[in-house]
Design a protein around this ligand. Structure first.
Ligand code: DLL
Length: 431
């Protein structure tokens, strides 16, 4: 399969040489132009001239979210302000926003990367792409817009409007592709079902990301809308924004743009490379980014490389869906738990929907309790609800080894959001 947004001189065989060239350029650019990187590289005793092979990547120090916060507001800036044409910022889970700078070349590179996403999802210029993510400081809306225009399809730049407006535009403009967060995808799918719109729409593809989604969410979106192709799109503000790769037509993980960045998977404890196929933390190094280059940036996202050739025929390397973030983990009665584990359990239980919340509370006697609220699918008698709660609690106990009080709630009663969903509420320290 050909990919026309490949680097100018390039095929997959050229990737290692291209990566080495990009790595050398990035380290020297960062060292010469960013005080933060100079400090870090000096402290690690690495000079740009010592980068001679891709293995030398291992000698470079990691960059973390903390570095971005300490040098706020323009932490990784490596060009004069006159060359910066835009900034974006992500909210950051704690503390200050992460602000990243873009030169015109960065914007062009990002547009090409994103156009490749649309190409990989086999859009054509006849497609109508309804963009339902936020515009503004966040990279999401402008990123989808940029990629869509570069690709040449018709953008319908709605942003995170209400579902009423989205449904109306889906119907009136006959949009063929819907781009959103994973939560918004399920929200709109349920609205299409509620309004009985399915047969009046021309929707063929969903492209969603910004947060983890479960297999159950996918299944539900597909079942109620009849849309066959759902594509997971990853991305982060530190590395341009959305569009750093895309799930392929074979739906076997995410192909990522290894000509724009190097992806490493490390063991977050030892910081050593994970084995091929082993889950670890995603670490990224940009190869062409001018405004705010990233060198071994620890994303906190957990995934793994998929080393086998992909049945879709695309030769670009693959990583699995993002399985969670290392900072999503919570500790309950000395057990480390990721929300993804709970989703995994719910995915195996037929009467449970994909929607849930975890509430952690501390009783007066000091004991912690976990209340797991789960939406049920469809109707059912009260006995069936009690059975469902018992099944979920048994499986949580068996697979995650903790006791949870399961509360079954009506379908549609947990909040749906246009943003990233919050699923874990920890009240143990009083908030
Ligand atoms: O969420 C960019 C984006 C917008 C991607 C729209 C896709 C669609 P940030 O706000 O900087 O950027 O958040 C980045 O979100 O490190 C992951 O933890 C998470 N994330 C992004 N995409 C996915 C995905 C945007 N497809 C952080 N699956 C990342 C799971 C995702 N998590």
């Amino acid at each position: 399969m050909s990919i026309s947004f490949m680097p100018v001189r390039g095929s997959v065989e050229d990737l290692p040489a291209l990566q080495l060239q990009g790595l050398k350029w990035t380290v020297s650019h960062a060292y010469n132009n960013s005080p933060l990187y100079r400090r870090k590289l000096d402290a690690a005793h690495v000079a740009p001239t010592q980068i001679r092979s891709l293995d030398d990547l291992q000698r470079l120090p990691f960059t973390t979210a903390k570095d971005l916060q300490e040098d706020y507001p323009f932490p990784l800036r490596a060009v004069p302000f006159e060359k910066i044409v835009r900034i974006h910022a992500s909210s950051g889970t704690t503390g200050k926003r992460k602000v990243l700078c873009y030169t015109q070349k960065d914007i062009d590179d990002w547009a090409n990367m994103f156009a490749r996403c649309f190409e990989m999802a086999r859009l054509t210029t006849a497609d109508r792409v309804q963009i339902a993510v936020g515009y503004g400081l966040w990279t999401a809306g402008v990123g989808f817009q940029l990629g869509c225009e570069r690709f040449g399809a018709m953008a319908v730049p709605v942003g995170p409007a209400n579902t009423e407006m989205h449904c109306q535009l889906l119907e009136d403009l006959q949009s063929t592709v819907f781009c959103s967060t994973a939560s918004m995808a399920i929200l709109i799918a349920e609205e299409i079902e509620r309004r009985g719109l399915r047969d009046r729409l021309c929707l063929k593809k969903f492209i969603f990301g910004a947060e983890r989604h479960s297999a159950k969410m996918r299944e539900r979106i597909r079942n109620i809308t009849g849309v066959e192709h759902l594509f997971d799109i990853p991305g982060l503000t530190e590395l341009y924004g959305p569009g750093t790769g895309l799930e392929c037509m074979a739906h076997q993980g995410v192909h990522y743009w290894a000509d724009y960045y190097i992806l490493e998977i490390i063991n977050p404890e030892t910081l050593e490379p994970a084995l091929p196929g082993e889950i670890g933390e995603m670490v990224v190094t940009s190869l062409r980014k001018e405004g705010s280059p990233v060198i071994r940036y620890r994303t906190r996202d957990l995934t793994r490389l998929l080393p086998d050739p992909c049945p879709c025929g695309n030769p670009l390397p693959r990583h699995d869906h993002i399985l969670g973030r290392s900072d999503d983990m919570f500790i309950f009665r000395a057990v480390n738990i990721y929300p993804g584990q709970i989703e995994h359990v719910l995915g195996q239980i037929p009467g449970a929907s994909s929607e849930y919340q975890v509430h952690l509370q501390r009783r007066e006697d000091g004991r912690d309790i976990m209340v797991l609220k789960v939406e049920r699918l469809g109707g059912g008698a009260p006995e069936a609800q009690a059975r469902l709660a018992q099944d979920i609690s048994d499986e949580v106990r068996r697979q995650i080894m903790v006791r949870a009080q399961v509360e079954i709630v009506e379908h549609g009663s947990l909040p749906r959001t246009e943003r990233k969903s919050k699923r874990v509420f920890d009240y143990r320290n009083g908030f």
